[in-house]
Write a protein that binds this ligand. Structure first.
Ligand code: ADP
Length: 275
């Protein structure tokens, strides 16, 4: 039985999986990354197979990437997250336009990738060890406001009157939000201010580098629609979003799994014809 090609992206917050065959994404899954990475990997594979209506013992060949990739047992290998991200992006954009700038905002990273015409990374900028502007930053805000991150997305639309958040450090921002709440400020205005602070921080990270007409934003934070609206305003550019922005890197890893399987089959056929 032919193995399924699967990509598993073990992130700091969420673990994502995708199955790819002959140019098509057959299915995807996403779960929280638990404390036990190996259990999480088993769980995501089972979740993916169940979504594909396939039995739990279906043979698969998976490529791991992301924060927890080194914990993957029995994988067919690993792939660099940046490579997988770009592969996923190119597959999803198809030939609509040439991706030039990809901003991936995950649980604890911001990766800004400038691509040349061939899709090679020409220049990249990563956030240091600082969580400012990452998914964790939004999660801190959600925790203080006692809502979930999905609700933050809606709240950001409900205020035209954003409050200036001066701290981009998670620890200081936490104090600042608590102070603003104690002064009676509106929660929606705080969320809008937070969106503005993060969008400006990302623009600052880019500095004087040329920003192209189209920006692709992916990673889990791209699900935050009000933040994306603010980012568009701050960058004065069109932002291109995918339906499942959190899964892009897992799709890229699944494409790598598929390519490696095809290559092995080709080797096998060549060996057989030589015998
Ligand atoms: P990682 O790969 O590091 O685990 P992800 O790319 O999966 O990170 O992104 C996780 C982040 O995405 C979370 O920290 C959260 O801020 C954000 N996120 C996840 N789901 C949603 C949602 N429905 N709405 C808004 N933000 C979301």
């Amino acid at each position: 039985m032919t193995k399924l090609s699967v990509g598993v992206d073990i992130g700091s917050v969420a673990t994502k999986a995708a199955c790819f065959n002959k140019g098509n994404i057959l299915g995807t899954a996403c779960i929280s990354t638990g404390v036990n990475y190996r259990e999480t990997i088993d769980k995501i594979i089972q979740e993916l197979l169940s979504k594909l209506n396939m039995p739990a013992n279906t043979p698969i060949s998976y490529i791991a990437c992301g924060y927890g990739r080194k914990m993957a047992l029995n994988s067919a290998g690993t792939v660099n997250e940046m490579t997988a991200n770009i592969k996923g992006v190119f597959h999803l954009v198809k030939d609509k336009f040439k991706p030039e700038l990809v901003i991936n905002i995950g649980g604890q990273d911001i990766k800004i990738l400038f691509l040349d015409k061939e899709g090679n990374v020409e220049h990249f900028i990563f956030n240091d060890r600082c969580a400012a502007g990452t998914g964790r930053f939004f999660e801190t805000l959600a925790r203080i406001l006692e809502v979930d991150v999905a609700t933050l997305s809606e709240m950001g639309f409900e205020s035209n009157n954003e409050i200036e958040i001066t701290s981009t450090c998670v620890v200081f921002a936490e104090n600042e939000i608590v102070n603003l709440l104690s002064e009676g400020h509106d929660m929606h205005a705080i969320v809008a201010g937070f969106n503005q602070a993060v969008a400006c921080r990302i623009k600052d990270m880019i500095g004087t580098y040329r920003i192209p007409e189209h920006i692709i934003v992916d990673g889990g934070v791209a699900l935050n629609q009000s933040f994306i609206k603010t980012l568009k305003e701050v960058f004065e550019r069109e932002v291109y979003l995918f339906n499942q922005p959190q899964i892009t890197t897992a799709i890229g890893a699944a494409i790598v799994a598929h390519e490696r399987l095809q290559k092995n089959v080709a080797h096998y056929c060549k060996d057989k014809s030589e015998n």
